[in-house]
Design a binder for this molecule. Structure first.
Ligand code: COA
Ligand code: NAP
Length: 265
């Protein structure tokens, strides 16, 4: 998809993108690089992350560095932010996209299963935002973009864990916007709907289900990774400079019929 933004609109900016080794957040990292930013991508699997960083750098001609870390571990997160600052000297944009999910009825979710998803999505978003704030954003301002979902707007079956986790992410978006806006830190979220060619969709939409799902989406198509990435560029480009504490839904209207765009299976 050709961008309507100038290809230097993010020149001199440095972005730290968790979950940037795959899927939607790799798409966001790619879009940021393509618009002039330098980018650090974060995930647990060092090999996949290194491969993604190499691929994105060679594709865009701009610097992308892999910073392996588990967002559940504050020390690892601080290490990854330190590595980013050592390499690039600044940090302007934090994207919290790391997440875990699977389909499971509440009756079959173990204590640990529920906790694991909340720890990755909600605590991970907090750990990364807090570490970036302390180390750099507090003194320099910047952007935080939290990748969330629409699962919890109504209620989605087999998604009690992820719905609770993303509701927590949305609360963090609003709280940090309220408290950190005065420091020049713009905090927003993006709530994608069902996005084609992603791990998330393949986990949540069993075989044969996607066709039925598309018929319930007002725009009658799945989202594309670029649909989300262009929103992520817009939010940090300066064009959205008065948008704050808001979560932008990018879902073709999918959640409007209810249940977060993922109707009952
Ligand atoms: N249904 C029910 N429970 C499940 C499950 C499933 N499909 N998958 C994992 N769990 C449970 C495990 O059984 C375990 O609980 P237990 O200790 O009571 O048995 C708990 O969740 C943690 O699993 P574990 O594999 O140890 O966690 P992890 O930290 O290694 O991995 C996950 C986290 C489970 C979220 C894993 O799927 C992951 O790494 N996901 C990242 C990619 C992803 O989810 N992408 C989509 C984003 S929308
Ligand atoms: P994905 O490719 O599986 O992305 C998740 C990323 O998070 C992976 O790169 C994974 O890398 C990383 N991650 C997971 N646990 C981590 C941890 N503990 N520490 C650090 N990194 C971790 O899935 P996706 O579908 O593109 O989803 C991206 C985001 O969009 C998620 O926030 C998701 O909730 C949201 N979303 C997606 C959809 C959709 O249709 N796909 C819909 C709504 C919302 P490692 O495994 O290497 O750690």
């Amino acid at each position: 998809m050709k961008s309507i933004f100038r290809d230097d609109v993010l020149e001199k900016k440095v972005a730290f993108v968790t979950g940037g080794g795959s899927g939607i957040c790799k798409g966001i990292a790619r879009a940021y690089l393509a618009h002039g930013a330098r980018v650090a991508i974060v995930g647990r699997k060092a090999d996949r992350l290194e491969d993604a960083a190499r691929e994105l750098s060679s594709e865009t001609g701009r610097e992308c560095v892999a910073c392996p870390a588990d967002v559940r571990n504050p020390q690892e997160v601080e290490g990854a932010i330190e590595k980013t600052l050592d390499r690039f000297g600044t940090l302007d944009v934090v994207v919290n996209g790391a997440a875990g999910n699977f389909l499971a009825p509440a009756a079959q979710l173990s204590y640990n299963a529920f906790r694991t998803v909340v720890e990755i999505d909600t605590l991970g978003t907090w750990n990364v935002s807090k570490a970036a704030f302390q180390r750099h954003l507090r003194d320099h301002g910047g952007h935080i973009v939290n990748i969330t979902a629409t699962l919890h707007y109504a209620a989605t079956p087999m998604q009690a864990h992820a719905s609770a986790a993303k509701a927590g992410v949305d609360a963090i978006t609003r709280s940090l916007a309220l408290e950190w806006g005065q420091l020049g830190i713009q905090v927003n979220g993006i709530a994608p709907g069902p996005i084609a060619d992603t791990e998330g969709l393949s986990r949540l939409a069993p075989p044969g289900y996607v066709e039925k799902l598309v018929q319930t989406i007002p725009l009658r198509r799945l989202g594309r990774i670029d649909d989300v990435a262009s929103c992520a560029v817009w939010l940090v480009s300066g064009a959205a400079s008065y948008v704050h504490g808001e979560t932008i839904v990018v879902d073709g209207g999918a959640w409007l019929p209810g249940m977060g765009g993922m109707m009952s299976f």
